[in-house]
Design a protein around this ligand. Structure first.
Ligand code: MG
Length: 233
């Protein structure tokens, strides 16, 4: 059961909570592929090969264990390696990454997301907590957030309690004064519970909850969250 009177701030997951991430990444991959065809065609054809992509990815992951939670750094290192391997100019890694990163910030919000976010932000400080590299300002939702905490900025990823505690600290709240909202059972719900927060599970596809600890609230979209908090959308 949600204890609404205790909540002083909301921390909010982004990918698959406010927008579906899969089409966003697919679009960004396509934008990058199109750019490479124009500017680094040898690399572009190299990366057509799925086995080669896997090999590069594994090599990058092995070479950069320190960046395991930093998708931007890994993607940049991957592009650098691909360009070098193909014999193209490695200096193209940065502009290529920028093409991907810009496209990655173009998201199609779930239909319930914008109104719910506005209602939440009018009542609570809202902090973005994401393992990914979406930027709420670049996505166009910056006005609704008082801050952002990412795996990249904190150095550990959800479900580690440090990232949740960093988010709570950023709004001068104790963990038990924060409600975390997210779609991922493990990363969001169990992570937030472990950090001492209340947790709301955004379960858009009617998945079955399969863990010993339960979320304080399960909802199928963000408007149900607002209803549970007594907010008018
Ligand atoms: Mg998510």
């Amino acid at each position: 059961m949600l204890n609404v009177s205790k909540i002083k701030a909301i921390t909010l997951d982004l990918d698959d909570t406010l927008w579906p991430v899969e089409p966003t990444i697919a679009r960004a991959e396509q934008a990058l592929a199109d750019w490479l065809v124009q500017h680094a065609p040898t690399t572009a054809s190299l990366l057509q090969d799925g086995a080669m992509r896997n090999q590069l990815r594994m090599a990058v992951n092995a070479a950069h264990p320190e960046a395991a939670h930093d998708f931007s750094a890994l993607r940049l290192a991957y592009l650098l390696r691909a360009l070098t391997h193909a014999g193209d100019d490695p200096a193209l890694a940065h502009p290529a990454f920028e093409v991907f990163f810009a496209a990655r910030q173009r998201v199609d919000l779930y239909p319930d997301a914008l109104a719910a976010l506005a209602a939440l932000a009018a009542r609570f400080p809202v902090v973005a907590v994401s393992n990914g590299n979406a930027d709420v300002h670049k996505v166009g939702l910056g006005d609704f957030f008082v801050g952002s905490v990412s795996a990249q900025s904190v150095g550990v990823a959800k479900p580690h309690m440090f990232i949740f505690h960093a988010a709570a600290r950023s709004v001068q709240c104790a963990p038990d004064e924060v409600l975390h909202v997210g779609d991922d059972a493990q990363l969001d719900v169990l992570g937030a519970l472990d950090a001492g927060m209340q947790a709301a599970w955004v379960n858009r596809d009617a998945k079955v909850w399969a863990h010993a600890q339960n979320p304080h609230l399960s909802i199928s979209d963000m408007s149900q969250l607002c209803a549970a908090l007594g907010l008018r959308v």
